[in-house]
Ligand binder design. Sequence first.
Ligand code: ISL
Ligand code: CA
Length: 553
Amino acid sequence: MEQQPTWWKESIIYQIYPRSFKDSNGDGIGDLKGILEKVDYLAELGIDMVWLGPVYDSPNDDNGYDIRDYYQIHHEYGTMEDFDRLLEALHARGIRLIMDLVVNHTSDEHQWFQEARKSKDNPYRDYYFWKPGQPDGTAPNNWPSFFSGSAWELDPKTDEYYLHLFTKKQPDLNWENPKVREEIYAIMKFWLEKGIDGFRMDVIPLISKQLDFADTDYTSFPEIVQHVYSNGPRVHEFLQEMVDRVIRHYDVMTVGEGPGISSEVGLNYVGHDRGELNMIFHLDHMFLGFGPKGKYDPIPYGLKEVVELFNTWDKAMGESGWISIFLDNHDFIRMVSRFGNDQEFREESAKLLATVVMTLRGTPSIYQGSEIGMTNVVYEDFEDFDDVEAMNFAKEAMEAGRDPMEILKLTNDLGRDNARTPMQWEDAPEAGFTTGKPWIKINPNYKTINVNAEQNKPAGILAYYKALIKFRKQHPVFVYGQYQHIPTRSDKLFCYDRIGEKEQALVVHNFSDQMQLLNIDVSGYTFTFGNYIEEPKNSLLSPWESRIYLKTN
Ligand code: ISL
Ligand code: CA
């Protein structure tokens, strides 16, 4: 049996982080007109859908994930007219557009919160969560924020705390209040009526809170996210209502970002019979390496753990649900630096990782810059960092007296700014991203790693992405075929079958700098695609080699 065919399973998503994609007016900040300049680039790449990061009016405490006005384009990104033109230009090229929907929280500068904080009986008070402090003067409970410190902030005006799972400028919305839900549905309709093609829903499993606000006994942050913040008692009711009221009236797709959604509960969100989300970006493989105190308390992991998660998730979905496959985004380090070798084998490993993303079962999502093998950056000074997560961590760690060099290393190794350095277009000042001074420092490796250079390399990473995307589209087995992991003796190999009705694929990857012997019988198959120019003659896999074999049933 195969999955039910649908366009959003066949699509390839390309994620744009607007601030860092292309600046059109020299103010150093990527903008909508900049994206418009590059729509042909996107069309040539062969992607089907753009996920546009938040471009709404925002004070940018968390780069747009703190929204001040859901109905306005932030002036730094342009105007509503620019947005309409971009949507039109994408549609003219057959590319769909999904927007980021950030409705677990607003900015503290949103009018609702400005009202809410005025008095305890303000009509907007219940749009958020307010609690008195404890008698000893501490916060209402021991919940930690994702971005260091407590999840509660005391607001002196009314002497009560408000809940913020992220920064203190991102107060959590109270979805229990039907008025809040109505406001959100109206926002969604506003954008859908413009003709957008769906939403990527930020931290969607967090919208329903444990209303007793009891202290948590969990001490590990990932466990708190999974068991306390995520999957709250009314989350499915809220999602079903949202679909019923809004989504089902449009031919659009939804993908939920899923911190805390484990494979055991995944189908509750994306089961085809549930009427909730079409797919999720589960973060299990992204959170690998998070220790008890979270991201900046790293623990070791390897390919084995990553593969196990892919296996578990595929089994959990089966024919009944769907996920997206991705290896990086704007919140995590660059995939070639994390899972590949971004030095000696940067090209090979970037191509291998692309092959993984395009051949596992799920909708592939490419993060801007991965298609040219962009890498992590090293900053020598805290001044160079921008991300609030990194800065909050650094501040807290400094105050705790930790070694500044150790803190700098952690923020360099793990910080989100690695993914947010501007897109490298050419070997020109500021990588051709801007004619001004970029809002965040360019990765100095832009002289060799850039789009222009890639466009002149017939066997480069960009050319490989284009060919791979075409290849995937010619073989529906990569969309609909079942997935079967093939265990191997080497812990450096990742091998699997995709089994379709007409075709079967055998995919093998060597995740190492050394040659590896492939102990799999490939007779009956034809080698069809790979990341080395030479056709393979034997069963020795070169460093970071990927091969795809095919046979017809
Ligand atoms: O960024 C993370 C780890 O470094 C994640 O824990 C992240 O905070 C989580 O996946 C939620 O991410 C989303 O919501 C945040 C925003 O900062 C992220 O950029 C967004 O993708 C709050 O809106
Ligand atoms: Ca600009």
